[in-house]
Design a protein around this ligand. Structure first.
Ligand code: PLP
Length: 394
């Protein structure tokens, strides 16, 4: 598929675009930052002749600036911003018809599985098959006459499996499927799925895009050359109405400006922490795409620019070991979610993946001794010191 930087030729760099795209100084006041347009409706000069904006569910200047910037960072044709990652996912499913079938990554986010299996199977009559999306044979075996979409994640949770996006997009193209990639764990600073032929890229902007654990938001970006798809998504977005408000749009726009520096720092600390943990006697196994011991390392190296801050670790000593370890951490905070500047730790078996049940967890490979780290951008020395102290209690 397309090389990583095909579309970067003669264009400003990532951070320059993150700071400037869609963010010209305000025409009215000269304000350098895009104002928060806390506003629902817009004056029309004459009946039936609206200006650029008509009603804020359809478009709002603050949200439009954010969407323009996001589309540029993903190398896409256009974006839509939503009140949450789940609202973004729900709107994307509206592209389908009753009875359609979707191939879904078997290691997908728990909330995605719930929306698909518990809600939309019942309310929309959709069918879902959960498969290993990096296995072309498994994908082909799961195809049905009504298969219309393939749903992947660039990096999965909690085992950090790396999806081969070129393989997915070729498969999708060969069978006329719409390809979707949830890029939450990488962000466009590390990976841009549209460059690998994916049709729609989606984020829980609550995580790395927001980056400060202070908001809930979602984003969808449509591939270049797919104006038809963008038009359909735009209609569905204002018809269903799960849009992001102007205050959060402003916050997210502000976060994007530091996305690249944050992701570089996450990646630097992430690799350092992963290498340290891999060499520690209290640790059985580290799941991090930047380690050569990781099954997805080669694909990650080809697709990504830096490996980010997400990893999982099998601790020796099972549940009891986990309790001791968590009790000894001071810099890492025990909490769900990820992608903020602060380091977080969580225990999938009793927290994020409890709902899967013990049997499915065992099948997927989520043991009681597994902990997931979201490595923040604190000083790396402090993170290693914190982990050393906690591991000494095993
Ligand atoms: C958190 C998350 C979501 C859901 O996003 P919200 O903003 O919490 O609604 C979807 N996909 C992934 C991979 C996530 O981590």
């Amino acid at each position: 598929m397309a090389a990583k930087d095909d579309k970067q030729v003669n264009r400003a760099g990532f951070s320059t675009r993150a700071i400037h795209t869609g963010q010209e100084p305000d025409a009215l006041t000269g304000a350098v930052m895009v104002p928060i347009y806390a506003n629902s409706t817009y004056m029309q000069e004459r009946p039936g002749e609206p200006g650029a904006h008509e009603y804020s569910r359809v478009s709002n200047p603050t949200r439009s600036a954010l969407e323009e910037c996001l589309a540029d960072l993903e190398n896409g044709a256009g974006s839509r911003a939503y009140a949450s990652g789940m609202a973004a996912e729900a709107t994307v499913l509206e592209l389908l018809e009753t009875g359609d079938h979707v191939l879904v990554s078997d290691d997908c986010y728990g909330g995605t599985r719930r929306l698909f299996e518990v809600i939309r199977r019942r309310s929309m009559g959709l069918e879902f098959s959960f498969v290993d999306v990096s296995d072309a044979g498994a994908l082909a075996a799961a195809l049905r006459p009504r298969t219309r979409m393939i749903w992947t994640e660039s990096l999965t949770n909690p085992l950090m499996k790396v999806t081969d996006l070129g393989l997915v997009s070729e498969f999708a193209r060969a069978h006329g499927l719409l390809s979707v990639c949830d890029n939450t764990f990488c962000s466009p600073a590390l990976l841009r799925p549209l460059d690998f032929g994916i049709d729609l890229v989606l984020h829980s902007a609550t995580k790395y895009l927001g980056g400060h654990s202070d908001m809930i938001a979602g984003v969808v970006t449509v591939a270049d050359g797919r104006g038809d798809l963008l038009e359909r998504l735009a209609l569905l977005t204002y018809a269903v109405g799960g849009v992001l408000g102007p205050f959060e749009s402003f916050l997210l726009l502000r976060s994007l400006k530091t996305l690249m520096v944050r992701m570089r720092s996450h990646s630097e600390n992430g690799l350092r922490v992963a290498r340290f943990l891999e060499s520690h006697g209290g640790v059985e196994r580290v799941y991090y795409p930047g380690l050569e011991s990781h099954g997805g390392y080669e694909v990650a190296r080809r697709q990504m620019e830096g490996f980010g801050g997400m990893m999982s670790v099998d601790l020796r000593g099972g549940m009891e070991g986990v309790r001791r370890f968590l009790g000894g951490l001071e810099v890492f905070t025990l909490a769900e979610s990820l992608g903020g500047v602060e380091s977080l730790v969580e225990h999938p078996a009793t927290m994020t993946h409890k709902g899967l049940g013990a049997e499915v967890r065992r099948e997927v490979g989520i043991g009681d001794g597994l902990v997931r780290l979201s490595v923040g951008i604190e000083d790396g020395d402090d993170l290693l010191r914190d982990l050393t102290a906690a591991l000494s209690r095993l």
